[in-house]
Design a protein around this ligand. Structure first.
Ligand code: RIB
Length: 320
């Protein structure tokens, strides 16, 4: 199997099985010229509603890249929950481990995107917060049968910890996208093979201010010392930095016209996980993730930006 997951090579990646344990949020997006400061109201332009949530976005991203995809999560018993199931059915995401929680609203995400494509997001977790360790235990078949288990932090700590532990005990590789960032217990971090924060999340996890003026390498090494196997830090248009015990590798991102950066991390993690299932090493998987992430930022909203293999043909080669 080729280990080169570079430009134009999307079709060469034969995908395996990915189980995503995470959130679904109904998404509400408003375009504005500038993101308002506290106390300010601004008039926006376009408003759209659609599927979102880091877990579901990543599951759809994985499925579009051809992996056998299972999702473990919770939605409410409202029409947003219906929309979620419709979407997963359309995208070929297996939902045997998704339940509806009676009397609880589906999670919701409010996204404001400015004219440079930067965003501010607030999430009301709703049913996502109901997913607990026992629910995850009930999905142990989906977890143990995966090649890669992918989690984020829009669900409770107990669910994340159990998912990573079950996977790790079964020899399944684990990816934790620590978004939104919060301090995590040592056993959780010790079950993580690949930690994929962005630069802000990396600083928060390392106990620093989100904009601390510390080199990314130093932050990455600090995270490694918390017990994760490898840190893959995404750094926007600069690509990604891989930090392991023995190595530091910089992976450039393809240069694209940015429309909306929302979901770039979701697309990156989807590509990264799929490439790992195909037997690619961390550098090749990161390169593929940078391609899928770059594709995502060229579209308004996350779901339209999540690429299929064919879509990746349009992503330019990164400047090295
Ligand atoms: O990563 C983007 C996602 O973050 C949005 O879909 C929103 O729902 C929040 O979860």
């Amino acid at each position: 199997m080729s280990t080169d997951a570079g430009h134009g090579d999307g079709a060469a990646i034969s995908a395996g099985r990915v189980t995503v344990v995470g959130s679904y949020n109904a998404g509400f997006v408003i375009d504005v010229d500038e993101i308002p400061v506290p106390g300010e109201t601004v008039l926006g332009s376009d408003f759209t509603e659609g599927p979102g949530g880091k877990g579901s976005n990543q599951a759809i991203g994985v499925a579009r890249l051809g992996a056998n995809t299972s999702f473990v999560g919770r939605v409410g018993d409202d029409h947003y929950g219906d929309e979620a199931f419709d979407r997963w059915a359309q995208e070929g995401v297996d939902t045997e481990a998704v339940d509806r929680v009676e009397g609880v609203a589906t999670g919701a995400g409010f996204v404001i995107v400015d004219e440079d494509g930067e965003n501010a997001i607030a999430v009301a977790p709703g049913a996502n917060a109901e997913l607990d360790a026992e629910d995850v235990e009930a999905a142990s078949e989906q977890i143990r049968n995966a090649d890669v288990v992918l989690c984020q932090l829009e669900i409770g700590d107990g669910a994340v910890e159990r998912a990573l532990e079950l996977a790790s005990d079964a020899g399944v590789r684990t990816v934790l996208n620590p978004a939104p960032a919060r301090a995590l217990p040592a056993p959780t971090l010790e079950s993580v093979d690949y930690l994929t924060p962005n630069a802000t999340e990396a600083r928060l996890l390392a106990g620093l201010e989100p904009d601390a003026n510390v080199p990314n390498e130093t932050v990455g090494r600090e995270l490694l010392s918390l017990g994760v196997g490898c840190v893959v830090m995404t750094i926007g248009e600069a690509g990604a930095l891989i930090v392991t015990e023995d190595d530091l590798v910089r992976v450039p991102a393809p240069a694209v016209d940015v429309v909306d950066t929302t979901g770039a991390g979701d697309a990156f993690n989807a590509g990264f996980a799929v490439a790992l299932t195909a037997g690619h090493d961390v550098t090749a998987a990161t390169r593929f993730g940078c391609q899928t992430g770059a594709h995502c930022v060229t579209a308004r909203e996350v779901i339209p930006g999540l690429p299929t293999r064919d879509d990746l043909e349009a992503v330019p080669a990164p400047d090295t």
